[in-house]
Write a protein that binds this ligand. Structure first.
Ligand code: IVH
Length: 679
């Protein structure tokens, strides 16, 4: 395609797709089939790739992400991001009303009541109808520039329509709707990752991701509640929210104009009982004076405007008796006590169990069997025990004495200094630990042997086909065929020849999984994905790692003393070493297979600190390693160089100067390796 034509087609497609998106997300109308839509989008993606100079900043392709944020730039807010005064009491809302009436005398006015969205506050700037910047609240004065990530949120218009002001900012809350959040959390748990406690934390984490493609996958939404700028149109807050809707913002339809405290109270009461039916989390109601001309007159207190107040819902709470206490044994042997509760309805679900965390928690709360406990469900999805109703304690309830032996294998429990939890040390003979380790090993982020689900694994364990991770590599197809278990609805399910083939081939494929993931799959206590990556990069193979000492381990970035001790102990256990030999014999990757670019930095060790312009910090580290150098986290007399970017930590600087370690900048570092790179 000729250049001029490409430019025109890019502009055309941008507008067309934007229009389809608008109708779909704002008006729930599909103007084209999914297929047609995808065709147009891929045509645009393709053209933008070939002619990047013509890609528009408002292109709908920004919705799928791709921009990588190295470090989020700090941006000063044009208007400080204030907070609201909060109350849990309707009487205080009435006092607010009295105050406002007193200040306004006999001038007529009204209020708007709207939901207080439980998400992440954000300000988005529009210039000439184009979304130019999105910034988090931060400390209220300055926040992080998360523009690329926010561009992926479909309810944030990238280009406005209608008669909008030239330059203004909208404020609102980014929320993670329940349905999308539940789906996302389920996926995380299936991948062996920790679930987020509530949608707010998940939204906040999603907005701070370095890779906007990841943010794009998370189905976040924007709820707009406010606008800032010079000479903005509109007389009441209510009308303004209706007006901005025409510019392309999805504004709330749960909003009411109220004239007195009785109407406000009615709105509050209604949503206090109906909030569980909303598609996203809300933690209260915001009441604002509706007439914007009165805002200046009412003015501000030190922190918040006098024309608004937030009424916060109390966390829902019920009390119910503890009928028993069970103990779960985790993959690493950690014992978690769980209360069995008399079933009780709370916040839309029946609660039957609640965690008691650890021995200290039970002791501190003095929770006894037979006690009535208060269970709360606030912004969290998991119910929490928050107290004991002593008035209802049965006369014969005895102080709970914690178990001393593993409830599964009977081994005496141990507790390390400074740790709250007890654990069962019988890692090779305690079934939940053995199965847990196998489950972790085959999980997606580890060896990704996805054809073995937990039921199959449990069956294989029960039949003695696998007891340890190394056993997986000696499974024969014949051992699997016909294995049977009761699946859902007690229906018998068994492994057929084809499934057996799939299992064997997935096990075979896992031999290609890179060393860092194998290291993670071993399930060493405290070694997560990131730690495993750093260890793999540093030690390069399992033998050097196994021979290292605690001091050296603790030198690796992200590896603290507790983890270093745990790694050291892991490799000083003969049974683990035997497993490793068997994995090695089977052909599992136990060393880094890297495309080393050169050895120009061999023998040198580097500490990397600060913010860089050409690389991200992780990229520099990888670069050093690919050129044969070592990256360490703290400066010692053995450090060869400190590569320093902007805002290098003052402590590091002091230490490097004291030990006379050369401090080099990014460009000097590049010079050290460039010769080799050019070859
Ligand atoms: S109006 C001058 N309306 O709650 C402040 N805030 O402390 C104007 N929030 O930081 C804020 N829903 O992030 C307003 N419907 C709503 C809101 C809302 C949530 C957040 C906001 C603010 C905090 C209150």
């Amino acid at each position: 395609m000729e250049k001029g034509a490409a430019k025109q087609r890019i502009a055309e497609l941008t507008e067309l797709i934007d229009n389809y998106n608008y109708e779909y997300y704002m008006n729930d109308t599909s103007l084209v089939s999914d297929y047609e839509f995808d065709q147009l989008l891929s045509e645009l993606i393709d053209l933008e790739k070939r002619y990047p100079e013509f890609a528009l900043p408002t292109s709908p392709t920004k919705r799928v992400g791709g921009e990588v944020n190295k470090n989020f730039r700090q941006v000063k807010h044009r208007y400080p991001m204030l907070s609201l005064s909060n109350t849990y009491s309707i009487d205080e809302v009435a006092e607010f009303d009295t105050r406002v009436r007193k200040l306004l005398g006999d001038r007529p006015f009204s209020y708007t009541c709207e939901l207080k969205y439980d998400g992440v506050a954000i300000g988005i700037t529009y210039r000439n109808g184009i979304m130019v910047e999105a910034v988090t609240r931060g400390n209220g004065i300055e926040g992080d520039d998360i523009t690329d990530n926010v561009k992926t949120i479909r309810t944030v218009p990238l280009k406005l329509r209608g008669d909008y002001p030239d330059d203004f900012e909208v404020r609102g809350e980014i929320v993670f709707p329940w349905a999308a959040f539940d789906e996302f959390n389920t996926q995380r748990v299936a991948n062996g990752e920790e679930a987020f406690a509530n949608p707010r934390n998940a939204a906040s984490g999603s907005l701070k991701l370095q890779d906007s493609k990841e943010t794009a996958k998370r189905k976040l939404e924007f709820c707009m509640y406010f606008m800032m700028g010079e000479n903005l149109p509109g007389d009441t807050h209510y009308n303004r929210l209706q007006m901005v809707n025409k510019w392309g913002f999805k504004t709330p339809n749960i909003i009411k104009e109220c004239h007195n405290i009785a109407e406000i109270q009615e709105f509050i009461n209604y949503w206090d009982t109906h909030r569980t039916e909303l598609p996203y989390a809300t933690d209260g109601i915001v009441i604002k004076v509706n007439e914007m001309a009165l805002w200046d007159e009412l003015g501000m207190t030190a922190k918040s405007p006098r024309w608004a107040i937030a009424y916060k819902f109390k966390a829902e709470q019920v009390s119910t008796p503890v009928v028993g206490i069970d103990f779960q044994v985790g993959r690493t042997g950690i014992i978690t006590p769980v209360a069995n509760l008399s079933p009780v309805w709370l916040g839309g679900t029946t609660v039957k169990r609640a965690t008691l965390n650890n021995a200290d928690f039970i002791e501190k709360m003095d929770i006894r069997i037979g006690d009535w406990v208060f269970v709360e469900k606030g912004g969290e999805i998991i119910p929490k025990i928050v107290g004991v109703d002593l008035a209802q304690r049965p006369a014969d309830a005895e102080r709970f004495s914690y178990i001393t032996h593993c409830p599964v294998c009977g081994t005496k429990l141990v507790r390390n200094d400074g740790e709250a939890g007890f654990y069962c040390p019988n890692e090779d003979g305690c079934t939940p630990q053995q199965i847990g380790k196998l489950e972790h090993f085959v999980s997606r982020k580890a060896m990704n042997i996805d054809t073995i689900g937990s039921e199959r694994l449990a069956m294989m364990f029960e039949k003695g086909i696998v007891s340890t991770i190394a056993d997986l590599y000696s499974i024969k197809k014949e051992q699997l065929i016909g294995l049977e278990w009761a699946g859902e609805n007690k229906k018998k399910t068994s492994i057929q020849e084809k499934s057996a083939d799939n299992i064997i081939s997935a096990i075979e494929q896992s031999k290609q999984v890179p060393f860092e993931r194998v290291l993670y799959a071993l399930g060493i206590r405290y070694v997560g994905e990131v730690g495993a990556k750093k260890l793999a990069r540093y030690f390069k193979n399992i033998d050097s790692l196994a021979q290292s000492n605690i001091m050296e381990l603790a030198m690796v970035e992200d590896i603290g003393e507790k983890t270093a001790i745990s790694i050291f102990e892991f490799f000083n256990n003969a049974k683990h070493l035997e497993q490793i030999i068997r994995l090695k014999d089977a052909g599992v990757q136990l060393e880094v297979k890297e495309s080393t670019v050169s050895n120009v930095l061999e023998g040198l060790s580097f500490v990397v600190s600060g913010v860089f312009s050409k690389f991200s910090r992780d990229q520099i580290k990888e670069h050093i390693e690919r050129h044969g150098g070592k990256v360490v986290s703290s400066i010692s007399s053995k450090t060869s160089y400190v590569v320093a970017g902007e805002k290098m930590g003052p402590e590091k600087l002091k230490k490097a100067e004291k030990l006379n370690i050369p401090i080099i900048d990014e460009d000097t570092y590049i010079q050290m390796t460039v010769q080799e790179d050019n070859q």
